[in-house]
Design a protein around this ligand. Structure first.
Ligand SMILES: Nc1ncnc2c1ncn2[C@@H]1O[C@H](COP(=O)(O)OP(=O)(O)OP(=O)(O)O)[C@@H](O)[C@H]1O
Ligand SMILES: [Mg+2]
Length: 250
């Protein structure tokens, strides 16, 4: 008797187990994450949505090793971040993770080009120049590369931040509202590019967005409310996401 093998389950790039984050203590304590169990599959584009204050940025910061949990665990691949020293965490972030911050966090004294290649420089890795060129071309920075952040518009700074996260092709890119300050055609170009990196290169991307149209570029949408995952959607369309979001108002 022959039994055809079950398809291999997708590899998990990162996951949480009962991830809990409480800010403050006593009367003023805020539970930003409340025992969240979530897995982000490798090579997939996941969007995270939910009302302001629902814990989206907190979840991404904790999974990316930028902030620590007050309970539960975060694993990147097989590594339990809660067991790492600060130094080990810094190395893991540098080598395996790209982050686009809600506030871009560019280095003011470096120009756009230097900001984009900074993670590679820090990791002492040679940039794959053709890839970096493609990233830069896609985010549309060509003639602004020698300018510092203060000399760039908000939208241009955001493009630098997206290019910086993708330039080193990290295992996982976390992006917090990466197109929040961009006009719709620039944001469509960047989202299309991010989706291309997933489809063609197997890049793993986790993105927070408020915008149903942006979420439709992802393959899966998680909905967060009050620090918990309350729903998810596969193969989202902007219309279905919008319908789901309307129910948060109920
Ligand atoms: N450093 C902090 N100290 C205290 N409370 C915080 C801190 N950071 C976030 N919070 C609180 O934790 C909750 C979740 O915040 P978080 O930034 O994760 O929300 P969010 O879903 O990203 O919201 P937004 O869509 O507005 O960016 C909120 O109630 C927020 O006020
Ligand atoms: Mg946020």
């Amino acid at each position: 008797m022959s039994i055809s093998p079950a398809p291999a389950p997708p590899t998990v790039a990162a996951r949480t187990e009962r991830a809990t984050k409480v800010y403050g203590s006593g009367d003023t304590a805020v539970t930003a994450l409340d025992e969240v169990d979530v897995a982000f599959d490798a090579g997939r584009f996941t969007a995270i949505m939910g009302p302001s204050g629902s814990g989206k940025s907190t979840l991404m910061h904790c999974v990316a090793g930028l902030d620590s949990l007050t309970g539960g665990r975060v694993l990147v691949g097989d590594v339990d971040l809660t067991t790492l020293s600060d130094k080990e965490l810094t190395t893991l972030r540098r080598d395996r993770i790209g982050f686009v911050f809600q506030a871009f966090n560019l280095i003011p004294t470096l120009n756009a080009r230097e900001n984009i290649t900074l993670p590679l420089a820090l990791a002492d890795r040679k940039p794959d120049q053709s890839w970096v060129d493609e990233v830069v071309a896609t985010v549309g920075l060509g003639d602004r590369l020698d300018h510092r952040p203060a000399e760039l518009s908000g939208g241009q700074q955001q493009r630098v931040a997206v290019a910086r996260a993708l330039a080193s092709r990290p295992e996982i890119v976390f992006a917090d509202e990466p197109t929040g300050n961009l006009d719709s055609s620039t944001s469509a170009e960047i989202l299309h590019f991010m989706r291309g990196a997933v489809d063609e290169l197997g890049q793993t991307i986790v993105m927070v967005t408020h915008d149903p149209q942006s979420a439709s570029y992802a393959q899966r949408v998680l909905f967060l409310a009050d620090g918990a995952i309350v729903d998810e959607m596969a193969d989202p369309t902007a219309e279905r996401v919008l319908d789901r979001m309307k129910r948060f108002g109920d």
